[in-house]
Write a protein that binds this ligand. Structure first.
Ligand code: HEC
Ligand code: HEC
Ligand code: HEC
Ligand code: HEC
Length: 577
């Protein structure tokens, strides 16, 4: 392997192989030991900023965190998380820099399955940002879609506190008529409304003014999608001008002016072009890879920092002798270099975000959200019911398979799948209690997304860990009736029966493929049905070993570590049924 191929086929495979290469993420160095050693784009952080000169004000910029509070820790290294963001901001303050922070919005998770959990995440993220010195956040689509009042209340109702949510053009709609923001979002007479137009603060010696607006694109999408018919976001441009005027008239005379603009960067650039006066406009754009060098329109920096909190941006404002600021920008990946040093106990004392995340994990446990997770039929449950309406396939647990499949069980028991739930109970820290979090438990148990699958320790003790049925599907029918051929088929849905291809290629082939790179693999001939079977098995694994949780997944490298099945043994030739 690989055998010789006709020249043109090799050339074609090469082209196909090249096309398969995954575009690289923005470059960042391998996790170094110290914050000062973090590099991006081949340069240490702040290398291009004026040397030996402290900025007069520093603005940390983030956005679209979408509830990503903390990396899951499934694989390493992962970027992002609020623990690291806190450490990073403390690191800036330790340089003697005056720091404040703003966020474009979309703090709330997008498309979360459980609204209650999403709201707990939102409140935890807002509280964490308060501890980091955030002044304000914008109002994003995920918040607009989330039943905004309840979301805002989960953080802002008890107490008037930063970060304030800014959307100058937000209005209520009652009986088709607009209700002004100040009235619609009013809490009581001596408090600011829960959605504000601007926030002003003094950072170091620099008065900073921040405004927020929902751009036209989002406003229209909200209307079309009927995200919340009780809300409207009219006249973005008029509101932008209103913010500029309000800042000009403000008694503190803000010198550094910032706009949180909910909308695509291209629209934010138009705002910068037609409504000069902002030093920084933070836009929101669902691109994972944020630019290292932000757009500069006139004197305005237009920045966005990607999604999921993997990066933050830092704007350094240096006063110019003749007035105004010289602005410098640094994109910063939230790598492991910004983990809180020391033991977990030390970290909980030093990092004000960690106790908030722990409280979040406890709320999830106390709310018993594991029981709330929506369950849908597994494809085998649907197929089983189509075969025989009375056949209601259930998950029975790996112990039930053991008595007839001892050899497979013995292999499985020694793989990490055999104790996968322990990782949540014993390895996951900062915070702990992840074995009560449905968003974690999903991939560390049997059939959590499906009817009769794992619920919790007490209800379904047999379905802990990644068991046989995590891959083979609910097995009650087969366990009751092991000779039924039609039920065998449901246990191996990847088999290409019509083409007579039932099994993965033999181990010799798999181990050879594991050694090849993507381009070389592209040259190895496989029958279409063989390729389909491999893709289907790989796709099944990738429901858990997905790009976020395990970016290194490669069936050829992983299967040998869990290989089992009577017909397969290392080195054995492929047999067909
Ligand atoms: C009562 C005994 C028994 C139990 C319990 C049992 N099996 Fe089987 N299993 C068999 C027999 C017998 C076969 C057929 C072997 C053959 O055809 O060579 C089989 C075949 C299989 C196959 C191969 C199907 C195919 O494509 O031919 C899979 C996969 C499998 N079992 C998984 C499981 C799982 C998962 C469980 C637990 C949910 C389980 N078995 C429980 C006896 C059992
Ligand atoms: C989409 C599926 C998926 C979800 C959701 C998921 N995990 Fe995992 N997890 C995995 C996979 C796959 C691995 C094994 C990765 C590997 O070995 O490279 C893993 C491994 C782990 C490990 C073990 C790492 C080790 O050192 O052995 C921990 C700890 C962990 N996950 C924690 C979590 C936490 C906490 C959550 C929830 C925030 C979570 N997981 C959610 C799929 C998932
Ligand atoms: C991580 C996914 C996964 C888990 C967990 C898993 N299997 Fe499998 N199993 C597979 C795949 C994929 C194959 C197909 C292998 C092939 O075609 O060579 C297979 C093959 C088999 C076969 C042989 C089928 C045949 O006819 O060749 C049996 C029997 C089997 N598994 C039983 C079990 C039992 C019992 C358990 C639990 C103790 C288990 N499996 C756990 C994925 C899994
Ligand atoms: C239901 C979710 C799920 C599915 C499906 C799944 N895995 Fe896993 N896998 C996990 C989790 C979770 C872990 C981590 C367990 C731990 O470390 O405690 C893991 C760990 C592993 C490991 C150990 C990784 C290491 O770093 O040593 C291998 C190998 C593996 N899986 C292979 C596979 C293969 C191959 C498939 C498909 C045939 C598959 N898995 C399907 C959830 C899954």
């Amino acid at each position: 392997m690989p055998p010789t191929l006709p020249r043109f086929a090799a050339a074609l495979a090469l082209v196909a192989g090249v096309a398969l290469v995954v575009p690289a993420a923005p470059p960042y160095s391998a996790p170094p030991q110290k914050p000062d050693e973090v590099a991006i784009g081949g340069q240490l952080l702040f290398a291009t900023w004026p040397k030996g000169q402290k900025p007069d004000a520093v603005l940390v910029v983030s956005g679209q965190t979408y509830g990503y509070l903390q990396p899951c820790g499934c694989s390493r290294p992962q970027t992002g998380g609020l623990e690291r963001r806190f450490v990073f901001i403390e690191h800036l303050k330790a340089k003697g820099w005056p720091v404040a922070a703003v966020d474009a919005g979309d703090v709330f998770p997008d498309g979360a399955k459980l609204r209650d959990q999403a709201r707990m995440k939102y409140a935890a993220a807002m509280a964490s940002m308060r501890e980091m010195g955030y002044l304000a956040v914008g109002l994003g689509k995920s918040e607009i879609k989330s039943d905004l009042f309840a979301t805002l209340a989960s953080y802002g109702l008890q107490k008037e506190q930063r970060p304030f949510t800014l959307a100058a053009n937000a209005v209520g709609v009652i009986d088709g008529k607009p209700v002004p923001r100040e009235t619609h979002f009013k809490v009581d007479s001596d408090r600011r409304p829960m959605v504000e137009a601007l926030e002003v603060a003094t950072v170091g010696k620099v008065p900073v003014g921040v405004g927020g607006v929902v751009g036209r694109a989002l406003s229209e999408a909200s209307k079309e999608g009927k995200w919340d018919t009780g809300l409207d976001f009219p006249d973005a441009q008029k509101s932008v001008r209103g913010i500029l005027k309000a800042l000009a008239d403000h008694p503190t005379k803000p010198e550094l002016k910032v706009l949180l603009f909910q909308g695509p960067s291209a629209d934010a650039e138009l705002v910068a072009k037609f409504d000069t006066g902002f030093d920084v406009i933070v836009s929101s754009t669902d691109e994972t890879n944020p630019p290292m060098v932000p757009a500069k329109v006139g004197n305005t920096l237009v920045v966005h920092t990607g999604t999921r909190g993997q990066y933050v941006g830092v704007v350094g404002a240096f006063k110019k002798p003749g007035g105004g600021f010289e602005l410098h920008y640094q994109l910063v990946p939230m790598t492991e270099a910004f983990l809180t040093p020391g033991t977990d106990a030390d970290a909980y004392k030093a990092n004000k975000v960690l106790p908030i995340l722990q409280e979040y994990a406890k709320q999830v446990k106390d709310a018993k959200l594991l029981k709330e997770w929506p369950k849908v039929d597994h494809p085998a449950q649907l197929a089983g019911a189509a075969m025989q309406p009375a056949l209601k396939l259930k998950y029975v647990g790996s112990e039930a398979c053991k008595k007839c499949h001892e050899a497979e069980y013995a292999v499985w028991d020694k793989t990490p799948h055999g104790h996968a739930l322990d990782a949540l109970e014993k390895i996951a820290a900062r915070p702990t209690l992840r074995n009560f979090d449905p968003e974690c438990v999903r991939c560390h148990t049997v059939g959590f997304d499906h009817k009769t699958g794992y619920v919790d320790d007490a209800t379904t003790p047999a379905l802990k860990h990644v068991g046989c049925e995590s891959c083979h599907g609910p097995g009650s029918g087969h366990a009751d009736n092991p000779r039924a051929k039609d039920l065998h088929e449901l246990l191996r849905p990847w088999a290409q029966r019509e083409a007579g291809v039932f099994d993965l290629p033999d181990m010799k082939f798999i181990e050879q493929m594991a050694k090849l790179d993507v381009i070389e693999r592209g040259k190895v001939p496989l029958k279409p049905a063989e390729q389909i079977l491999i893709n289907q098995v790989s796709g099944m694994c990738s429901k858990c070993h997905d790009a976020d949780n395990d970016p290194n997944f490669d069936l050829y490298k992983y299967w040998p570590k869990i290989v089992h099945g009577k017909k397969r043994a290392p080195g054995e030739e492929m047999k067909k049924k």
